[in-house]
Ligand binder design. Structure first.
Ligand code: FES
Length: 326
């Protein structure tokens, strides 16, 4: 039996953010108050500085206190490295059908255009949350997203974004983990084109520098991170519009089966920067929840006409199952 602690990537990122805040002079963790008030102080501090605490995250913090001890937390000993998260890896990118929260496959032609609530799915590993966006104009008419060359400001390298898929070639998928320091939704979110049309009202959270950068790049909507202001251009491969990020959002390559109207996540571009904090897109904190190590539902292919499943069953090793480009 594997007795290594495996933590969710989202908790790992949360712990890193918490530690960063604890060490930051402006949000310094008050050790004395913590010693006096105990875990309630830690919970309040974490909620205020690192994001909302749902019951799962409270349990995670409680586990930290038990696992590494109150004194370690109080002195902000590198709590993240003490977690020693076990990394898991995939040999290849799985083909995974994209389903809604009821497990029903998403049908591309019915997928809402410009939906600011945005569908999120995880790919290729647990916690690798990804935006699925049906791009459209200010009248919510789908717009084709063309292939483009994306520049990585960090090193000047480039890679190719293959464009949108679906009946209008308008559906794209980008990592929802900010490439700056890893903020996730709702801090990073999609602003639809309604804000950018003439006379549109610029939302409070979108600074004018981001708005102006989008207008100059001919981006009619943006993905913006409220944590420190990074802005990405979903019309052009999630290229960087404003820093502090120096890396575009990685994209997930999609395949649209025109017979069933279903969408599949099939790969990621190894020339693009990997998802924030990953050494590679094929390595992460844990397998998807649907990956069952004991019963062996690992590694997947959803064959054409096979009952849709979110589970990996076999690594794709025989080329393109669907006969399209891969
Ligand atoms: S984490 Fe998104 S801008 Fe810093």
């Amino acid at each position: 039996m594997n007795d290594k602690i495996i933590i969710k990537r989202s908790d790992f990122i949360f712990a890193k953010r918490l530690l960063w805040k604890m060490r930051n002079g402006n949000t310094k963790f008050d050790e004395r108050e913590f010693m006096a008030k105990g875990r309630d102080y830690l919970f309040n501090y974490a909620e205020k500085n690192a994001g909302p605490l749902d019951p799962g995250r409270r349990a995670f913090l409680k586990g930290l206190l038990i696992g590494i001890g109150v004194l370690a937390v109080a002195s902000a000993v590198p709590l993240v490295s003490s977690l020693n998260p076990a990394l898991v890896s995939l040999k290849k990118f799985p083909w995974m059908i994209i389903v809604d929260s009821d497990g029903k496959p998403i049908e591309a032609s019915k997928f809402p255009v410009n939906d600011p609530t945005i569908m999120l799915f995880q790919y290729p590993l647990l916690g690798d949350i990804t935006f699925l966006i049906n791009m459209g104009d200010e009248n919510n008419k789908p717009v084709e997203i063309k292939p483009t060359t994306v520049v990585i400001p960090e090193n000047g390298h480039t890679y190719t974004f293959p464009g949108g898929v679906g009946p209008y070639k308008s559906i794209v998928a980008y990592s929802a983990i900010c490439q700056h320091l890893g903020c996730t939704p709702p801090e990073i979110h999609f602003y639809p084109p309604q804000y950018f049309k003439p006379g549109g009202v610029v939302p409070n959270f979108l600074p004018s520098v981001a708005y102006n950068a989008a207008v100059s790049a001919n981006a009619k909507s943006v993905i913006h991170c409220d944590c420190h202001g990074s802005t990405y251009d979903p019309w052009h491969g999630a290229a960087v519009l404003t820093g502090p990020t120096v890396r575009p959002l990685p994209y997930v390559e999609l395949y649209w089966d025109s017979n069933t109207d279903y969408l599949y996540a099939v790969s990621m571009n190894l020339h693009a920067p990997p998802i924030m904090d990953h050494p590679s897109d094929l390595v992460g904190a844990a397998y998807l929840d649907s990956y069952d190590e004991t019963t062996g539902c690992p590694k997947l292919i959803v064959q054409k006409n096979q009952t849709p499943t979110n589970c990996y069953t076999k690594v794709q090793s025989d080329g393109n199952t669907f006969g399209g480009s891969s």
